[in-house]
Ligand binder design. Sequence first.
Ligand code: PLP
Length: 368
Amino acid sequence: MQPKKQLLSLTPYKPGKPVEEVKRELGLEKIVKLASNENPYGCSQLAKDKIVEELSNLNVYPDGYSAEIREKLSRFLGVSNDQLIFGNGSDEVVQILCRAYLSPETNTVMAAPTFPQYRHNAVIEGAEVREIQLVNGHHDLDAMVEAIDKQTRIVWLCNPNNPTGNYIPEGEFVAFMKKVPRDVLVVSDEAYFEYVAASDYPNTISYLNDYPNLVILRTFSKAHGLAALRIGYGIGSSSIIQSIEPAREPFNTSRIAQAAAIGALDDHSFIEECKQKNREGLELFYEFCDKKGLLYYPSEANFILLDVQSDADSAFNYLLKKGYIVRSGNALGFPTMIRVTIGEEEQNKEIIAHLDSYLATLVQKVNE
Ligand SMILES: *Cc1c(COP(=O)(O)O)cnc(C)c1O
Protein backbone atom coordinates (compact mmCIF):
# COMPACT_ATOMS: atom_id res chain seq x y z
CA MET A 1 0.00 0.00 0.00
CA GLN A 2 1.42 3.36 -1.04
CA PRO A 3 0.45 6.47 0.94
CA LYS A 4 -0.35 9.80 -0.76
CA LYS A 5 2.51 10.40 -3.19
CA GLN A 6 3.64 13.61 -1.49
CA LEU A 7 4.57 11.62 1.64
CA LEU A 8 7.20 9.70 -0.33
CA SER A 9 9.40 12.80 -0.59
CA LEU A 10 9.37 13.44 3.17
CA THR A 11 11.39 11.92 5.97
CA PRO A 12 9.99 11.60 9.48
CA TYR A 13 11.28 14.03 12.12
CA LYS A 14 14.64 12.73 13.27
CA PRO A 15 14.89 13.12 17.01
CA GLY A 16 18.33 13.40 18.57
CA LYS A 17 19.67 10.33 20.36
CA PRO A 18 18.34 9.95 23.91
CA VAL A 19 20.73 11.52 26.40
CA GLU A 20 21.09 8.25 28.34
CA GLU A 21 22.19 6.40 25.22
CA VAL A 22 24.80 9.01 24.34
CA LYS A 23 26.14 8.88 27.91
CA ARG A 24 26.56 5.12 27.72
CA GLU A 25 28.14 5.12 24.26
CA LEU A 26 30.68 7.81 25.05
CA GLY A 27 31.23 6.87 28.68
CA LEU A 28 30.28 10.36 29.85
CA GLU A 29 28.98 11.27 33.31
CA LYS A 30 27.23 14.44 32.29
CA ILE A 31 25.50 15.46 29.09
CA VAL A 32 24.18 18.95 28.45
CA LYS A 33 21.64 19.25 25.65
CA LEU A 34 21.69 22.66 24.04
CA ALA A 35 19.99 21.53 20.84
CA SER A 36 16.24 22.13 21.03
CA ASN A 37 15.96 25.64 22.47
CA GLU A 38 14.45 24.37 25.69
CA ASN A 39 14.45 26.55 28.79
CA PRO A 40 17.47 25.57 30.94
CA TYR A 41 15.70 26.90 34.05
CA GLY A 42 12.72 24.56 33.81
CA CYS A 43 9.27 26.07 34.24
CA SER A 44 7.48 28.23 36.79
CA GLN A 45 6.64 26.75 40.20
CA LEU A 46 3.10 28.08 39.67
CA ALA A 47 2.79 25.81 36.61
CA LYS A 48 4.01 22.83 38.64
CA ASP A 49 1.48 23.55 41.41
CA LYS A 50 -1.35 23.63 38.85
CA ILE A 51 -0.19 20.33 37.39
CA VAL A 52 -0.30 18.65 40.81
CA GLU A 53 -3.83 19.99 41.43
CA GLU A 54 -4.95 18.57 38.11
CA LEU A 55 -3.75 15.06 38.90
CA SER A 56 -7.07 14.25 40.58
CA ASN A 57 -8.95 14.84 37.29
CA LEU A 58 -7.12 12.51 34.94
CA ASN A 59 -10.21 10.38 34.35
CA VAL A 60 -12.06 13.33 32.83
CA TYR A 61 -11.61 14.50 29.22
CA PRO A 62 -10.07 17.93 28.87
CA ASP A 63 -12.25 20.94 28.19
CA GLY A 64 -12.24 20.90 24.40
CA TYR A 65 -12.84 24.65 24.33
CA SER A 66 -9.99 25.31 26.78
CA ALA A 67 -12.28 27.85 28.42
CA GLU A 68 -10.18 28.75 31.45
CA ILE A 69 -6.85 29.27 29.70
CA ARG A 70 -8.74 30.91 26.83
CA GLU A 71 -10.32 33.44 29.17
CA LYS A 72 -7.06 34.15 30.96
CA LEU A 73 -4.95 34.41 27.82
CA SER A 74 -7.43 36.62 26.00
CA ARG A 75 -7.35 39.09 28.89
CA PHE A 76 -3.56 38.88 29.03
CA LEU A 77 -3.21 39.56 25.29
CA GLY A 78 -6.08 42.04 24.98
CA VAL A 79 -7.97 40.07 22.34
CA SER A 80 -11.42 38.52 22.51
CA ASN A 81 -12.12 34.89 23.42
CA ASP A 82 -12.97 33.87 19.90
CA GLN A 83 -9.65 35.10 18.51
CA LEU A 84 -7.67 32.17 19.97
CA ILE A 85 -7.06 28.60 18.86
CA PHE A 86 -5.05 26.16 20.98
CA GLY A 87 -2.85 23.39 19.63
CA ASN A 88 -0.83 20.41 20.82
CA GLY A 89 2.15 22.71 20.59
CA SER A 90 2.15 25.53 18.04
CA ASP A 91 3.38 22.79 15.68
CA GLU A 92 -0.19 21.56 15.62
CA VAL A 93 -1.54 25.01 14.80
CA VAL A 94 0.82 24.99 11.78
CA GLN A 95 -0.69 21.65 10.79
CA ILE A 96 -4.26 22.91 11.28
CA LEU A 97 -3.59 25.98 9.13
CA CYS A 98 -2.12 23.83 6.36
CA ARG A 99 -5.04 21.40 6.46
CA ALA A 100 -7.48 24.28 6.38
CA TYR A 101 -5.97 26.33 3.55
CA LEU A 102 -3.59 24.25 1.42
CA SER A 103 -4.31 21.75 -1.36
CA PRO A 104 -2.57 20.66 -4.57
CA GLU A 105 -4.06 23.62 -6.45
CA THR A 106 -2.44 26.15 -4.10
CA ASN A 107 1.00 27.40 -3.15
CA THR A 108 2.60 28.76 -0.01
CA VAL A 109 5.53 31.16 0.43
CA MET A 110 8.20 30.97 3.12
CA ALA A 111 11.80 31.89 3.83
CA ALA A 112 14.63 29.36 3.55
CA PRO A 113 16.17 28.25 5.82
CA THR A 114 13.41 28.58 8.36
CA PHE A 115 11.40 26.41 10.73
CA PRO A 116 10.87 23.15 8.77
CA GLN A 117 7.31 22.39 9.85
CA TYR A 118 5.75 24.94 7.45
CA ARG A 119 7.23 23.16 4.47
CA HIS A 120 6.63 19.69 5.87
CA ASN A 121 2.90 20.21 6.41
CA ALA A 122 2.46 22.08 3.12
CA VAL A 123 4.03 19.17 1.24
CA ILE A 124 1.65 16.71 2.94
CA GLU A 125 -1.27 18.80 1.67
CA GLY A 126 0.22 18.65 -1.82
CA ALA A 127 0.71 22.41 -2.08
CA GLU A 128 3.56 23.97 -4.04
CA VAL A 129 6.21 25.38 -1.68
CA ARG A 130 7.90 28.61 -2.74
CA GLU A 131 11.06 29.10 -0.70
CA ILE A 132 12.76 32.49 -0.73
CA GLN A 133 16.39 32.47 0.40
CA LEU A 134 17.27 34.56 3.43
CA VAL A 135 19.53 37.54 2.79
CA ASN A 136 22.15 37.84 5.56
CA GLY A 137 19.90 35.72 7.71
CA HIS A 138 16.91 38.03 7.15
CA HIS A 139 13.61 37.33 5.43
CA ASP A 140 13.69 38.84 1.92
CA LEU A 141 10.22 40.35 2.27
CA ASP A 142 10.23 42.04 -1.15
CA ALA A 143 11.00 38.77 -2.90
CA MET A 144 8.37 37.04 -0.76
CA VAL A 145 5.73 39.55 -1.91
CA GLU A 146 6.79 39.00 -5.51
CA ALA A 147 6.36 35.24 -5.12
CA ILE A 148 2.67 35.68 -4.23
CA ASP A 149 0.13 34.98 -6.97
CA LYS A 150 -3.56 34.07 -7.28
CA GLN A 151 -2.94 30.56 -5.96
CA THR A 152 -1.03 31.64 -2.85
CA ARG A 153 -2.88 30.89 0.39
CA ILE A 154 -0.32 31.27 3.20
CA VAL A 155 2.89 33.28 3.65
CA TRP A 156 5.00 32.30 6.67
CA LEU A 157 7.10 34.74 8.68
CA CYS A 158 9.27 33.27 11.41
CA ASN A 159 9.98 36.14 13.77
CA PRO A 160 12.53 35.70 15.31
CA ASN A 161 13.62 33.24 12.66
CA ASN A 162 14.70 29.74 13.59
CA PRO A 163 17.60 28.92 12.98
CA THR A 164 19.14 32.39 12.47
CA GLY A 165 17.61 34.11 15.50
CA ASN A 166 17.24 37.48 13.83
CA TYR A 167 14.00 39.42 13.56
CA ILE A 168 11.76 41.40 11.25
CA PRO A 169 11.47 44.96 12.57
CA GLU A 170 8.10 46.70 12.80
CA GLY A 171 8.63 49.02 9.81
CA GLU A 172 9.41 46.14 7.49
CA PHE A 173 6.55 44.08 8.86
CA VAL A 174 3.99 46.84 8.27
CA ALA A 175 5.30 47.66 4.78
CA PHE A 176 5.00 43.95 3.98
CA MET A 177 1.45 43.62 5.33
CA LYS A 178 0.39 46.59 3.17
CA LYS A 179 1.56 44.80 0.04
CA VAL A 180 0.10 41.35 0.71
CA PRO A 181 -3.36 40.81 -0.82
CA ARG A 182 -6.10 40.55 1.83
CA ASP A 183 -7.08 37.06 0.72
CA VAL A 184 -3.62 35.66 1.51
CA LEU A 185 -3.01 34.56 5.08
CA VAL A 186 0.16 35.87 6.75
CA VAL A 187 1.34 33.71 9.65
CA SER A 188 3.78 35.34 12.08
CA ASP A 189 5.38 32.54 14.10
CA GLU A 190 6.59 34.11 17.35
CA ALA A 191 7.73 31.03 19.27
CA TYR A 192 10.51 33.08 20.92
CA PHE A 193 8.38 36.18 21.58
CA GLU A 194 9.10 36.29 25.31
CA TYR A 195 12.86 36.48 24.73
CA VAL A 196 12.81 39.39 22.29
CA ALA A 197 14.52 42.56 23.51
CA ALA A 198 14.64 44.70 20.34
CA SER A 199 12.54 47.83 20.79
CA ASP A 200 11.42 47.84 17.15
CA TYR A 201 10.08 44.29 17.25
CA PRO A 202 6.47 44.53 16.03
CA ASN A 203 3.59 44.20 18.48
CA THR A 204 1.70 42.20 15.86
CA ILE A 205 -1.42 41.87 18.01
CA SER A 206 -1.98 45.60 17.59
CA TYR A 207 -2.24 45.03 13.80
CA LEU A 208 -4.95 42.37 13.92
CA ASN A 209 -7.72 44.92 13.40
CA ASP A 210 -6.03 46.47 10.37
CA TYR A 211 -5.09 43.10 8.87
CA PRO A 212 -7.73 40.41 9.32
CA ASN A 213 -5.54 38.08 7.22
CA LEU A 214 -2.88 37.97 9.98
CA VAL A 215 -2.43 34.97 12.29
CA ILE A 216 0.14 34.99 15.12
CA LEU A 217 1.59 31.80 16.62
CA ARG A 218 2.98 31.60 20.13
CA THR A 219 3.83 28.75 22.47
CA PHE A 220 4.37 27.67 26.06
CA SER A 221 7.24 25.40 24.95
CA LYS A 222 10.13 27.84 24.90
CA ALA A 223 10.43 30.64 27.49
CA HIS A 224 7.62 29.18 29.62
CA GLY A 225 9.56 25.91 29.77
CA LEU A 226 6.61 23.59 29.11
CA ALA A 227 7.84 21.84 25.95
CA ALA A 228 6.95 18.40 27.31
CA LEU A 229 3.28 19.26 27.72
CA ARG A 230 2.65 20.44 24.15
CA ILE A 231 0.58 23.58 24.24
CA GLY A 232 0.72 26.53 21.88
CA TYR A 233 -1.79 28.85 20.29
CA GLY A 234 -2.80 30.94 17.33
CA ILE A 235 -4.24 34.46 17.51
CA GLY A 236 -6.25 35.85 14.60
CA SER A 237 -9.44 37.54 13.52
CA SER A 238 -12.48 35.73 14.89
CA SER A 239 -13.61 34.85 11.37
CA ILE A 240 -10.34 33.09 10.51
CA ILE A 241 -10.18 31.30 13.86
CA GLN A 242 -13.79 30.17 13.43
CA SER A 243 -13.11 28.91 9.92
CA ILE A 244 -10.12 26.75 10.92
CA GLU A 245 -11.67 25.31 14.12
CA PRO A 246 -13.23 22.31 12.28
CA ALA A 247 -9.70 21.16 11.37
CA ARG A 248 -8.80 20.89 15.07
CA GLU A 249 -9.24 17.65 17.00
CA PRO A 250 -11.78 18.11 19.80
CA PHE A 251 -9.46 17.25 22.73
CA ASN A 252 -6.11 18.29 21.26
CA THR A 253 -4.64 19.88 24.40
CA SER A 254 -4.52 17.89 27.63
CA ARG A 255 -5.89 18.89 31.01
CA ILE A 256 -2.37 18.96 32.44
CA ALA A 257 -1.15 21.23 29.64
CA GLN A 258 -4.06 23.65 30.02
CA ALA A 259 -3.57 23.77 33.81
CA ALA A 260 0.18 24.33 33.52
CA ALA A 261 -0.32 27.12 30.99
CA ILE A 262 -2.72 28.87 33.38
CA GLY A 263 -0.11 28.75 36.14
CA ALA A 264 2.70 29.80 33.81
CA LEU A 265 0.83 32.90 32.64
CA ASP A 266 0.73 34.23 36.19
CA ASP A 267 4.47 34.11 36.69
CA HIS A 268 5.79 37.25 35.02
CA SER A 269 8.92 37.32 37.14
CA PHE A 270 9.95 33.84 35.97
CA ILE A 271 9.80 35.02 32.35
CA GLU A 272 11.64 38.26 33.13
CA GLU A 273 14.40 36.37 34.92
CA CYS A 274 14.82 33.86 32.09
CA LYS A 275 14.89 36.65 29.54
CA GLN A 276 17.55 38.53 31.49
CA LYS A 277 19.78 35.48 31.97
CA ASN A 278 19.33 34.58 28.32
CA ARG A 279 20.56 38.06 27.31
CA GLU A 280 23.62 37.67 29.51
CA GLY A 281 24.29 34.27 27.96
CA LEU A 282 23.98 35.66 24.44
CA GLU A 283 26.45 38.42 25.34
CA LEU A 284 29.02 35.78 26.40
CA PHE A 285 28.71 34.10 23.01
CA TYR A 286 28.91 37.45 21.14
CA GLU A 287 32.04 38.38 23.06
CA PHE A 288 33.66 35.05 22.25
CA CYS A 289 32.71 35.18 18.56
CA ASP A 290 33.95 38.78 18.24
CA LYS A 291 37.23 37.88 19.89
CA LYS A 292 37.71 34.87 17.61
CA GLY A 293 36.42 36.57 14.48
CA LEU A 294 33.60 34.03 14.12
CA LEU A 295 30.58 35.00 12.08
CA TYR A 296 27.27 34.83 13.94
CA TYR A 297 23.76 36.17 13.71
CA PRO A 298 22.70 38.56 16.46
CA SER A 299 19.81 36.75 18.13
CA GLU A 300 16.51 37.82 19.66
CA ALA A 301 15.83 34.24 20.71
CA ASN A 302 17.38 31.75 23.16
CA PHE A 303 19.84 30.31 20.68
CA ILE A 304 22.71 31.48 18.51
CA LEU A 305 23.81 30.34 15.07
CA LEU A 306 27.56 30.72 14.82
CA ASP A 307 30.24 29.81 12.32
CA VAL A 308 32.81 27.16 13.25
CA GLN A 309 35.09 27.78 10.24
CA SER A 310 34.93 24.07 9.38
CA ASP A 311 32.42 21.33 8.70
CA ALA A 312 29.52 21.70 11.13
CA ASP A 313 29.40 17.96 11.84
CA SER A 314 33.01 17.88 12.93
CA ALA A 315 32.35 20.66 15.48
CA PHE A 316 29.18 18.84 16.52
CA ASN A 317 31.09 15.59 17.12
CA TYR A 318 33.87 17.35 19.00
CA LEU A 319 31.37 19.00 21.36
CA LEU A 320 29.42 15.75 21.73
CA LYS A 321 32.53 13.99 23.01
CA LYS A 322 32.85 16.76 25.59
CA GLY A 323 29.27 16.14 26.68
CA TYR A 324 27.53 18.97 24.81
CA ILE A 325 24.79 18.32 22.28
CA VAL A 326 24.16 21.17 19.82
CA ARG A 327 22.47 21.32 16.41
CA SER A 328 24.75 20.86 13.45
CA GLY A 329 24.06 23.43 10.74
CA ASN A 330 24.30 20.71 8.08
CA ALA A 331 20.66 19.80 8.54
CA LEU A 332 19.67 23.46 8.91
CA GLY A 333 21.10 24.78 5.64
CA PHE A 334 24.27 26.24 7.20
CA PRO A 335 26.99 23.64 6.67
CA THR A 336 29.74 25.52 8.56
CA MET A 337 27.63 26.72 11.48
CA ILE A 338 26.16 25.27 14.65
CA ARG A 339 23.04 26.34 16.51
CA VAL A 340 23.54 26.46 20.24
CA THR A 341 20.74 26.94 22.75
CA ILE A 342 21.73 29.46 25.42
CA GLY A 343 22.12 27.48 28.64
CA GLU A 344 22.86 28.31 32.25
CA GLU A 345 25.92 30.49 32.90
CA GLU A 346 28.23 27.58 33.77
CA GLN A 347 27.12 25.64 30.70
CA ASN A 348 27.68 28.64 28.44
CA LYS A 349 31.17 29.19 29.81
CA GLU A 350 32.03 25.53 29.50
CA ILE A 351 30.81 25.10 25.93
CA ILE A 352 32.60 28.30 24.90
CA ALA A 353 35.83 26.88 26.37
CA HIS A 354 35.29 23.68 24.37
CA LEU A 355 34.64 25.70 21.22
CA ASP A 356 37.86 27.56 21.86
CA SER A 357 39.83 24.32 22.03
CA TYR A 358 38.00 23.04 18.96
CA LEU A 359 39.12 26.11 17.00
CA ALA A 360 42.68 25.47 18.20
CA THR A 361 42.56 21.98 16.66
CA LEU A 362 41.72 23.62 13.32
CA VAL A 363 44.76 25.88 13.52
CA GLN A 364 46.87 22.84 14.37
CA LYS A 365 45.58 21.04 11.29
CA VAL A 366 46.46 23.99 9.04
CA ASN A 367 50.00 24.09 10.51
CA GLU A 368 50.61 20.39 10.07
C1 PLP B 1 10.02 25.44 18.72
C2 PLP B 1 9.31 26.14 17.63
C3 PLP B 1 7.94 25.93 17.39
C4 PLP B 1 7.18 24.78 17.97
O1 PLP B 1 6.86 24.88 19.24
P1 PLP B 1 5.79 23.93 19.90
O2 PLP B 1 4.80 24.89 20.45
O3 PLP B 1 6.55 23.17 20.91
O4 PLP B 1 5.17 23.03 18.86
C5 PLP B 1 7.31 26.69 16.43
N1 PLP B 1 7.98 27.57 15.71
C6 PLP B 1 9.29 27.78 15.88
C7 PLP B 1 9.98 28.78 15.04
C8 PLP B 1 10.00 27.06 16.84
O5 PLP B 1 11.32 27.24 16.96
